[in-house]
Design a protein around this ligand. Structure first.
Ligand code: SAH
Length: 394
């Protein structure tokens, strides 16, 4: 493929020299009228100093990724094999941990190539492609993946399409679903061929572990936006007295019951409620209910019949309502995966909500992405996860 020469605007040259990995159209002087997805690019400064090799792939945010700062490098099978090997090396501790069989194996730009992530589910890989541009290299990359000795089968999600895939299976063998994986000794039922989500969000591993080890013993637990109840499972392992899981999606009852059952917890002993969280919080307040441990990990944006929730606009309100149903000296785990605000901003929103509630708190712990979700040093915005464990003083 013939490379395209693109020049970075002078004021951004230093940024790319410092390793910034994202290709951003607005930072380029001579962006062409037409450019093909997957196009290889040679990035230079306006006076032709070489900056890096990139590919074009239109994403939700950004227009592709720089994959090398060496002139001779190209998106070849051999190049990708090297990145994969390194990614595997970096995760040896997880591979040799028998209590954990699901984690991120390759995290886009953090592992040297933006636009593609690979999750490991007990020998099966789940690929997520974020642009048509990176998908142009699918065959070549998949070939390299099948050469890894531990790969049994491969599934994929084309994130760049709006519609969910209808056919997720790429090749190898297919497991029976649910595919049971382990995380710190807990079991999780997963589905690699059932829409965008698999049943577990692997980026919350450390938080689930902490809930199990430290925050659940003897506690009543409210898990809001509970999805398949993964946090509730961790709380039960940790000795919670009772869990209440609230999600507006009807599927959550069957999904959460399944997660409980495969871990030997009787779903009948727990509350699994199909409710709008905001309605539920009003109800709980009216009934003067309180919980010792309250968990909130909402989607960045959601619309139900009654309300539209966006983290950016509504997290403060959510927090205020959660504080009202948290027991004296209780704990709140406040989480968001919203990439567009910083940890600092998140802390401010939480502090504001406490101010108007007249209760006070301390931040006991802060979590961001675990190390398998490797973050590029020159692209800290890739560390989208923010989790604060808050302890209420009264
Ligand atoms: N915290 C979960 C993941 C949450 S995914 C975990 O760790 O596994 C987001 C979930 O929020 C989805 O299951 C969606 O159905 C639910 N949701 C979105 N808006 C909601 C609302 N207003 N009330 C209740 N649940 C909601």
């Amino acid at each position: 493929m013939k490379e395209l020469n693109l020049q970075v605007e002078q004021k951004y040259v230093k940024k790319y020299q410092a390793g910034f990995p994202q290709l951003v159209r607005d930072m380029i002087v001579n962006w062409p009228k037409q450019i093909a997805e997957g196009q290889l690019i040679r990035l230079t400064s306006p006076n032709q100093t070489f900056l890096g090799k990139a590919y074009y792939g239109k994403q939700n945010k950004g227009d592709g990724w720089v994959f090398s700062r060496k002139e001779h490098e190209t998106l070849s099978e051999e190049f990708f094999r090297r990145l994969l090997e390194e990614a595997v090396q970096n995760r040896q501790a997880l591979f040799s941990d028998e209590a954990t069989t699901a984690f991120r194996l390759f995290n886009g730009e953090g592992d040297g190539l933006g636009g593609l992530t690979i999750d490991f589910y007990d020998g099966f890989l789940l690929l997520q492609w974020y642009s048509a541009g990176i998908y142009a290299y699918q065959k070549m990359f998949v070939r390299a993946m099948f050469d890894l000795p531990f790969v049994k089968g491969i599934y994929e999600k084309k994130r760049f399409l709006r519609e969910e895939n209808t056919h997720d299976f790429v090749g190898g063998t297919e497991p029976d679903f649910p595919l049971l994986v382990k995380e710190n000794g807990m079991n999780y039922a997963t589905y690699l061929n059932d829409g965008w989500m698999t049943g577990i969000f692997l980026d919350q591993r450390l938080v689930r572990q902490k809930i199990m080890e430290e925050y659940a013993l003897g506690k009543s637990v409210l898990n809001t936006f509970s999805y398949t109840g993964a946090f509730s499972v961790a709380a039960l392992y940790g000795g919670a007295l009772h869990t209440t899981s609230v999600d507006v999606a009807k599927r959550s009852v069957a999904k959460t019951s399944e997660q409980f059952a495969i871990n030997g917890f009787n779903p009948e002993d727990q509350s699994i409620l199909v409710w709008d969280v905001f309605e539920y919080m009003k109800f709980a307040k009216r009934k003067e209910m309180v919980f010792d441990l309250v968990i909130a990990d909402p989607p960045s944006f959601a619309r139900t019949k009654k309300i539209t929730f966006s983290v950016a606009k509504d997290y403060g309100t959510l927090m205020s309502q959660l504080i009202d149903i948290t027991a004296p000296h209780g704990t709140i785990i406040a989480s968001t995966n919203y990439a567009n605000f910083s940890l600092k901003k998140f802390k401010e929103i939480i502090a504001d909500a406490f101010q108007s509630s007249k209760r006070t708190f301390k931040i006991r712990e802060t979590y961001q992405l675990p190390s398998d979700f490797k973050v590029h040093p020159a692209f800290p915005e890739g560390n989208y996860l923010k989790v604060l464990i808050l302890e209420l003083d009264v």
